[in-house]
Design a protein around this ligand. Structure first.
Ligand SMILES: Nc1nc2c(c(=O)[nH]1)N[C@H]1C(S)=C(S)[C@@H](COP(=O)(O)O)O[C@H]1N2
Ligand SMILES: [Mo]
Length: 335
């Protein structure tokens, strides 16, 4: 591992100071929670088996989110743990993982980068990359998905019909957004220029390890050891383009290569020192269902934001779509 730069050390110091503040503020949060918001949240969380949140309640959640955001500030550090407490994370959720991609056909699309043409990996249309999606083979990965715990709902007939029509219209090309939430509203338009990075490119960035707790909104959590690279370092290596006013884009958007799962984040959350583009778990390369070759681990957010098998990282000023937000979950999902 390379030595941290001075800038990185200063950032870490800042985060540590902010964490102290956060702990003190947590008492305030507890007090607020005691007034009822937390009870309501637990009730919503536990009441409906299929995890759908009725619309009127989403309003209440959004209110709680504002409170949480004001109180918990994104800059706090999640606690870290000794290796002896870490266990392999169970796999949960296989959206965007139902096809296979040979390692040599994998690329990371990057859009919204400043001066993209200066990079050797520049492409005038990153969406044209052909991942050569393969159907899973019997007995191999992609069969018998281990997503027993994942929230799911039966696919409505109308959705199945629409999917069939879409497949036909696209003349054989795999349609994007084949799960219940459908296609993202903020995916790239065909013809979007950017970079197509290989895993070799990605792995040139400094290796970083993290032993942190992973929390799923369904009520389980696990301490796991991760390794990969800081998303912050990635953003520094491939910085976003600024607007005419010189401002950075507000958001980062990520998708699986098939567009079936997608997540959006505030840019500053991606610059958090514990936001990790993970390539390994518990000292092993990620398996298919763990999100190989590249997934997100973001201990300051719930599990559903921690997208597995990232195919696109895009900087944008449009608030990005999010798979579970479409089904009623909170976009912010902060812890
Ligand atoms: N591509 C993809 N990423 C995903 C999901 C998914 O279904 N597909 N599920 C999310 C949810 S809800 C959780 S809790 C975590 C689970 O990560 P794990 O399978 O490594 O436990 O992945 C998140 N990232
Ligand atoms: Mo989850």
């Amino acid at each position: 591992m390379s030595n941290p730069t001075e800038e990185q050390m200063e950032l870490d110091q800042q985060v540590k100071r902010a964490s102290g503040k956060r702990t003190r503020r947590s008492f305030l949060a507890a007090a607020l929670a005691a007034t009822g918001g937390y009870e309501l949240y637990r009730w919503i969380d536990q009441s409906n088996g299929d995890q759908r949140i009725p619309k009127p309640l989403r309003k209440a959640i959004n209110f709680d989110t504002d409170v949480a955001k004001a109180v918990f500030d994104d800059r706090g550090l999640s606690p870290t743990y000794p290796r002896s407490q870490a266990i392999p994370l169970r796999t949960n959720g296989d959206f965007g993982l139902k096809t296979l991609i040979e390692p040599e056909n994998y690329r990371l699309q990057v859009a919204g980068v400043a001066n993209p043409k200066k990079y050797a990996q520049y492409m005038n249309d990153v969406t044209a990359w052909d991942y050569k999606f393969a159907e899973p083979k019997p007995g191999g990965p992609g069969v018998g998905a281990s997503n027993k715990e994942a929230p799911k709902a039966p696919m409505p007939k109308a959705f199945e019909d629409a999917l069939a029509a879409m497949k036909k219209a696209q003349g054989g090309k795999r349609p994007r957004g084949q799960e219940e939430s459908g296609e993202s509203d903020t995916g790239l338009d065909p013809g979007t220029p950017g970079l197509l990075l290989t895993m070799d490119d990605v792995l040139k960035l400094p290796r970083h390890e993290l032993i942190t707790e992973f929390k799923c909104i369904e009520g389980w959590s696990q301490i796991t050891q991760w390794a990969g690279l800081r998303l912050k370092d990635f953003i520094e290596a491939y910085p976003p383009e600024r607007n005419e006013k010189g401002e950075l884009p507000k958001y980062v958007y990520m998708e699986t290569p098939d567009g079936d799962y997608y997540c959006g984040f505030d840019l500053r959350v991606c610059q958090h020192p514990q936001s990790l583009l993970a390539t390994e778990m518990m000292g092993q390369p990620l398996s298919h269902y763990q999100g190989a070759p590249l997934r997100l681990h973001m201990p300051i957010k719930y599990g559903y934001k921690q997208i597995k098998r990232i195919g696109l990282i895009a900087y944008t000023d449009d608030k990005p779509d999010d798979y579970w937000t479409k089904l009623g979950y909170d976009w912010y999902a902060g812890l």
